[in-house]
Ligand binder design. Structure first.
Ligand code: S3P
Length: 229
């Protein structure tokens, strides 16, 4: 599981209407990276719209999608890539994402997603019932590919740098901290009083020490860093 997007692509996964393109473009600008929208790349590559490709059959569309995803992920320049909602159904694409990207899942609930794209010209967003079924089917696949998850641009940018802002992260600290070696926790003394025990519990045998710093601005000094070193 990738811990950050340093030297890797940052791929955005999620259902239709999760705002992968909008937030991806914003995050790319803030990170100073090129932005690639997979659906746009597919259309450019094939000279057809997504709807036209679907008219030839979903299988044909998925083949082109997998091929273009492979090309985009093979690029050596780390980019922000907005994947199409179904791109992660391909095992080959999932393997490339594990190898070459940090994959951030953009969470969206099904009603919000339908409110944004329902009845639109997207091929799989014309009927509420099948849209709901597809959402339920896809959920476990999205969970599987997600290295991090968020709903906001800020969350994407922080995840790129290895900072996780997610409900439940404290309880998952053991799996979120890369590797399997010992871990030392650095914390504001007040926060350590409230959450230190949960952090220790989540890290289990990996927890080696907790270093407490004075709360507030007074601890944000080179001397504090020196003391930690
Ligand atoms: C699809 C999502 C679409 C597009 C195509 C299929 C899907 O992209 O790739 O219509 O299977 O979920 P967005 O998720 O950007 O809408």
């Amino acid at each position: 599981m990738a811990a950050n997007a340093l030297g890797r692509h940052l791929a955005l996964a999620g259902f239709m209407g999760a705002r992968k393109t909008t937030l991806g473009r914003d995050a790319a600008r803030l990170l100073g990276r090129p932005f690639v929208d997979l659906d746009a790349a597919i259309q450019q590559h094939s000279g057809s719209t997504i709807a036209e490709l679907f008219e030839r059959g979903e299988g044909a569309f998925r083949e082109i999608e997998e091929r273009v995803a492979g090309e985009v992920l093979a690029s050596p320049v780390p980019a922000v890539i907005a994947l199409g909602g179904g791109a992660v159904l391909s095992e080959a694409t999932r393997a490339l994402l594990r190898e070459r990207a940090l994959t951030v899942l953009l969470d969206v609930d099904v009603d919000t997603a339908w409110g944004r794209v329902g009845g639109s010209r997207r091929p799989l967003a014309d009927d509420r019932e099948s849209f709901g079924r597809l959402y339920a089917e896809r959920k476990p696949v999205y969970e599987e590919v997600a290295d991090a998850r968020t709903t906001e641009t800020e969350g994407i940018v922080l995840a790129a740098g290895g900072v996780r802002v997610e409900t439940g992260s404290l309880q998952r600290l053991g799996e979120l901290v890369p590797g399997d070696g010992p871990v030392e926790v650095v914390s504001d003394a007040r926060v350590a009083g409230i959450h230190g025990m949960d952090a220790q519990l989540a890290l289990g045998a990996r927890a080696r020490a907790t270093h407490e710093l004075a709360p507030g601005e007074q601890a944000k000094t080179v001397e504090s860093i020196e003391a930690l070193w």
